[in-house]
Design a binder for this molecule. Structure first.
Ligand code: ATP
Ligand code: MG
Length: 565
């Protein structure tokens, strides 16, 4: 934490600058309290991560606190499964709300009391019209709305009806409570907004106690106030709601303490969708394997896929916070993921599309141990051992019978180094009756292992390999973008499900991994399959049936691999 007075506005984003100015002006007694307000109607996605980094990050930066507040005002869509997942995801990102976990439903009594007060003061009325009728009377930004025929009801009648609404006397949709503000306001949100509606569905926390539930606009600002939130930071679509936020908050606050709303731009990512409604549809219709499917833009999906919290936070830092909507390139996120995994992933050998390689002049039954560096980016990360034998597997794409010029991998008569081991030369190609290559017969130069006189001998290509007898079979799940359209949200005329990328998941069975990988395939472990990409064990992986998710392919390889993966 840094003292507000010692901080300069320089280098701060615009939200931080506003907050700093408030702190320096001594507003709210110099307190800073933010909140992250998810509605528990789905799993969090990377857009939420941007809000989380702002809400928790700014509190950390200026020595304030951040509440986790579940915005649980619509019992129909909400569920405890979502509450649990939200908690887990925020912790995983590296933030903590301590004992400040709240629920908008905790404030139902106070909100109800405020509604009663506004009714008594003639500032709210019960409207018996249908939602369609109310919508028809809204007008347009340039045409004033029409006043409801129920607008002039007396406070007594309104109070009686509102109490009976909450007693369950009326059907859903038959009546609402509206604020009596101004049907001609240029701000549409001021045209007698709905405060309460009737919902006959048990709430996951309050059960059947309430029959009326507050709307977002009547709940959010007041919840901020009841909690002592000073800065209610949200996304730009709430700009037009801000006057209403202030209108209701002013019914409670005074100059000594008053929460304020500040808005920043949403995170939108290419080749995916960010709408919880659409993500829920993908899950419900089985178009993905669940909320944590590694192709989903959810935090749980990214975790399962092998993304690190640090890479997500670095990405969010890089795109920054502005007042302008933008579409962020997924490549930027992928770059952040690669950078972080490059730093932490253990380098290992795995062959995705194996072909047998036999070293004909290597003794049968002999096993040598070669050493592989665990991570050249990390001092002290050590090395691990790998068995070398007469029969190996290499990547099928690393051999070409009739190579073009500048093909530096294996071809008949050509030489390559096997990473960490010997230089070999291909002598013979063995094929089956259909002409498919089944084996490559090679000879090795016994003088070229590390520490031997010929170790320094240079050849152009270096290949990864595993010992056939020691390699362990595994399954690899190779992911591509979930959608094959850059911005599915910008195509309102198309069903978003038609834009799903049919190639977004490719399952490859029978990949070969070195024994070290199998012995260390615990959940969360990050590997770099050398020359192939970054992989992590999937949740489906077991000791007997290893499954790896490809988190992301390698951009820079230590030897170009034109693999079709
Ligand atoms: P909905 O309200 O439609 O269910 P939502 O995505 O707004 O979906 P909330 O749970 O209400 O979900 O969001 C919680 C917080 O996360 C809000 O403050 C919201 O502004 C923020 N948020 C949501 N989506 C994004 C996004 N794409 N980028 C940045 N912040 C976001
Ligand atoms: Mg929302």
């Amino acid at each position: 934490m840094t003292e507000p007075d010692s901080l300069e506005a320089k280098g701060l984003n615009f939200v931080e600058q506003e907050v700093l100015a408030d702190l320096q002006a001594g507003k709210n007694g110099g307190r800073l309290n933010t909140r992250f307000p998810p509605e528990p109607n789905g799993y969090l996605h990377i857009g939420h991560a941007k809000a989380i980094c702002m809400d928790f990050g700014i509190a950390e930066k200026f020595g304030g606190t951040c509440n986790l507040r579940f915005d649980d005002t619509n019992p129909v869509k909400e569920d405890v499964e979502y509450v649990d997942s939200i908690r887990e995801d925020i912790h995983w990102l590296g933030f903590d709300w301590g004992d400040r976990e709240y629920y908008a439903s905790d404030y139902f009594p106070q909100l109800f009391d405020l509604a009663v007060r506004l009714i008594k003061e003639g500032k709210a009325y019960v409207d018996d019209q249908t939602s369609e009728q109310i919508a028809e009377q809204k007008g347009t930004p340039t045409v004033p709305g029409t006043e409801s025929p129920y607008r002039s009801r007396t406070p007594e009648e309104n109070l009686d009806l509102f109490m009976r609404m909450n007693a369950g006397e009326f059907a859903e949709g038959s009546r609402v409570l509206r604020a009596k503000i101004d049907m001609a306001s240029p701000n549409m949100h001021f045209r007698d907004p709905i405060m309460y509606r009737i919902i006959n569905h048990p709430h996951h926390r309050t059960g059947t106690k309430w029959k009326v539930y507050p709307m977002y606009d009547f709940a959010h600002g007041q919840s901020d106030y009841f909690e002592g939130v000073t800065h209610s930071i949200c996304t730009l679509e709430f700009v037009p709601h801000r006057p209403l936020y202030e209108y209701f908050v002013n019914e409670l606050a005074d100059e000594s303490y008053c929460p304020r709303q500040i808005e920043f731009n949403r995170l939108n990512l290419t080749y995916t969708v960010m709408s919880k409604r659409k993500l829920l549809q993908l899950v419900k219709e089985g178009l993905v394997a669940g909320w944590d499917d590694p192709r989903m833009p959810t935090i749980s999906g990214m975790r399962r896929r092998g993304y690190t919290p640090q890479s997500i936070r670095n990405f969010i830092d890089a795109i920054g916070y502005t007042k302008y909507e933008a579409l962020n390139s997924v490549s930027l996120l992928e770059h952040a993921v690669r950078e972080d995994l490059n730093r932490i992933a253990t380098r290992v050998m795995a062959v995705i599309n194996p072909v047998k390689l036999v070293i004909t002049n290597y003794p049968e039954g002999k096993v040598e141990t070669v050493k592989l560096e665990n991570n050249p980016e990390q001092e002290g990360s050590g090395e691990h051992e790998m068995p070398f034998t007469r029969e190996l597997y290499i990547e099928r794409e690393d051999f070409m019978e009739n190579p073009p010029k500048k093909f530096f991998r294996l071809f008949p008569g050509g030489e390559v180094r096997l990473k960490g081991a010997y230089i070999i030369k291909c002598d013979e190609v063995v094929k089956d009756a259909d002409g498919n290559i089944t084996e490559l017969h090679c000879t090795y130069d016994p003088d070229t292992l590390s520490g031997m006189p010929g170790a320094a001998r240079k050849v152009k290509g270096t290949l990864h390999w595993v010992s056939a007898a020691h390699a362990i079979d595994a399954e690899a799940r190779l992911y591509d973008r979930l959608f094959d359209v850059e911005n599915p949200a910008a195509e309102p005329d198309r069903d978003f499900r038609e834009m799903l990328n049919p190639e977004s998941l490719k399952v490859v069975k029978g990949i070969k991994v070195e024994p070290f990988v199998a012995a260390n395939a615990e959940r969360g472990r990050k590997f770099q399959f050398q020359r192939i990409g970054y992989f992590t064990p999937d949740y489906d992986s077991t000791a007997d049936a290893l499954v790896f998710n490809r988190t992301i392919s390698l951009k820079d390889t230590w030897q170009k691999v034109q693999s079709k993966q």
